[in-house]
Structure formats: C-alpha cells, structure tokens
Design a protein around this ligand. Structure first.
Ligand code: UDP
Ligand code: MG
Length: 317
C-alpha cells in the first residue's frame, strides 16, 4: 500500500471547498482505479477562517474517513498552514495544493508518475502566464525573481508554485527546517533533491477572493530576500566604502584648489550636502541591520509556528 497525503491550507474558503472536494475526489478515484495500491488522505488546514470553512470541514470529515483536518486558533498565514500540514501528514508521498482550484488536481497523476517511475523526488508546477493578474503586479513579481536569483545562492524558480508532489524523504528534510520566518519557495529549493517542473497556464480562482493584497505580497517578497540572502548586509558595507571614496576625492580636490589656485574654501553648502548624504546612508544601513536583527529576534524566541485548536480527532469524542 502507498499512502498519498494531500495538504490543503484553507483561509475563508467556504464557497470553493465543495467544488474542490468534488474535483479532488474525482482525481483520487481515477488514480485508485489505475493504481490499486494507492490510498489517499486529505488533510485540510483551517487557518483561522472567519467564515464557515471549519463547519464545512467537520461535515466532510464526518462523511468520509479519508478526510482529516487541523484547525488553528487564529490566522497564522499560509506558510504556517503548509508547515502544519507537512508535520501532520502520514503519507509516503505528500502533495500541497490550494483550495481554490488554481492548482488543477488533474496534474496529480502526472506528478505521481514523475516521482514514482522517473526518478524525481519532487514534481512541482510552474505557471508560465500570469493571466488575470494586474500588469504592475506581474512586473514586480518578475523583478523580484530577478533580484532574488542575483543575490541569493538558493535558486528561486520564476512562477514556481507551492503546488507540488514530494517524497517522504524530501518532506522530512523540509521538516528539519523549522525556522520561524518561513519562505517556502526558498525552502523547497534549499533542501535540494530532483525537481521536475510541469508548466501550465495560470488558472483563475474558482470562487471566493484572494487573501493576498499587493502590500502582503510586497512584504512577503522582502521576507524572502531577508530569509535567503545576506546580500543587503554586504550592500551596507559597499555603500560605506563608496561614500568614503567620494569624501576622499572631495578632500583632495579642495586641498589642490586651495594650495594651487588659492581659492577660498566654500564651506556651508558642501557641509550640508555631506551631512545629509552620510546621514542618509547611515540610516539606510542601520535599517538593513535592523531587518536582520528583527528576524533573529523572532527566531530566538522559539515561538510555535502555529497553534492547533481542533482536529478531526475531536469529532470522535
Ligand atoms: N491561505 C491560508 N492562509 C492565509 C491566506 C491564504 O491558508 O492566511 C490559503 C488559501 O485558502 C488558499 C491558498 O492559501 O488555499 C492560496 O491563497 P490565495 O488563493 O488567496 O492566494 P493566491 O492564489 O492569490 O496567491
Ligand atoms: Mg489562489
């Protein structure tokens, strides 16, 4: 027997859950028909939804024995949801996918084949179009991947999704990375292993609305940079050296002007400019230091990444 765990983080997904459940059930039945040794568990993670997602999950778990769920005490974010899912999944293989059908279940049989028969440890999806997304958003996304891959040793594949199929071995490696500031796109890549990317065109949400505003995405991308690169720290030193160089050149010019041409030194504007320039640089660099310090601060607290309030076990009591 082979067990495949399907992890689905859910935040306010009451509208789309029944649709998702229908689709995924079809896929699971088809796969079981073709591979009789397969078994499935559906592990939903309710990330502190404010709508009736939890009630829907309770119903599903009562109806079918292969549905499990974990419900958080509040909204901890999708990263925490995925981590909780990985920690609690029992499968020999693990799939992570969104509830909104933007990650089409039809890819799962193909992913299984890559991992099972073609020697890959992981099969992931990469969207090659960003249809249905605003131009500015796509532009920022592309720039983010460019910058990220320049300054970090961890390769972040443009358009790669959290939708992936992994072996138990890879999941265990990911679980060893129990950092508080989680950036999964980086973590998946950092642990290594052979990953096959399946390309597909972006699909729009089946129902409901996205929980990610532009602002959220922007800060999430900064999170990624600070979690997987120390280049900004080097930038601070570089700017320091550059401003010293500029200052040195100005000093030499002033000395020559005064000694060789007997010019009066014009003090006031030069000093004001220099003060603003150096002051700005210093604040900028302290800001970068602060970012790393704040991340370190949160890591050292060793807070739990999520808190469970209820699981399907509670239904049995
Ligand atoms: N999600 C979550 N916690 C959050 C936000 C989102 O578990 O705080 C889930 C959400 O239910 C969905 C997936 O993460 O299954 C992706 O979210 P969404 O579709 O809103 O993001 P997008 O597809 O626009 O990137
Ligand atoms: Mg979505």
């Amino acid at each position: 027997m082979e067990l495949i765990s399907i992890i689905v983080p859910c935040y306010n997904e009451q509208e789309v859950l029944p649709l998702f459940y229908n689709e995924i059930t079809k896929t699971m039945n088809k796969m079981k028909a073709n591979n009789p040794q397969l078994e499935f568990e559906l592990l939903f993670v309710n990330d502190g939804s404010k709508d009736s997602t939890l009630e829907k999950l309770r119903e599903l778990a009562k109806e079918s024995s292969n549905v499990r769920y974990i419900s958080f005490s509040r909204n901890f974010g999708k990263e925490a949801g995925m981590f909780a899912g990985l920690q609690n999944a029992r499968g020999d293989y693990v799939v992570i996918m969104d509830a909104d059908l933007q990650h089409p279940p039809k890819f799962i049989p193909e992913m299984y084949d890559y991992v099972k028969n073609q020697g890959y440890d992981c099969a992931a999806t990469r969207r090659i179009t960003r249809a249905g997304e605003s131009k500015i958003r796509s532009w920022f996304a592309r720039k983010f991947y460019k910058i990220m891959n320049k300054i970090s040793h961890t390769e972040i594949v443009d358009g790669a999704q959290d939708f992936r199929f992994m072996t138990r071995q890879m999941v265990n490696a990911i679980l060893e990375m129990n950092e508080y500031n989680r950036f999964s796109k980086g973590i998946f890549s950092w642990v290594g292993f052979n990953t096959k990317y399946i390309e597909y065109e972006n699909v729009e949400r089946a129902a409901g609305t996205t929980a990610w505003s532009f602002k959220n995405l922007f800060f999430y991308s900064l999170e990624g940079i600070f979690a997987f690169s120390t280049a900004p720290l080097a930038l601070a030193s570089l700017l320091g050296i550059l401003s010293c160089l500029v200052a040195f050149i100005i000093i030499v010019v002033i000395i020559i002007k005064t000694l060789a041409f007997g010019e009066n030194v014009q003090g006031y504007p030069t000093i004001v400019c220099a003060i603003f320039f150096v002051g700005g640089l210093q604040l900028f660099c302290i800001g970068i230091l602060g970012q790393y310090l704040s991340k370190t601060y949160l890591e050292t607290k060793k807070r739990p990444i999520y808190i469970i309030k209820e699981t399907e076990e509670n239904l049995k009591k």
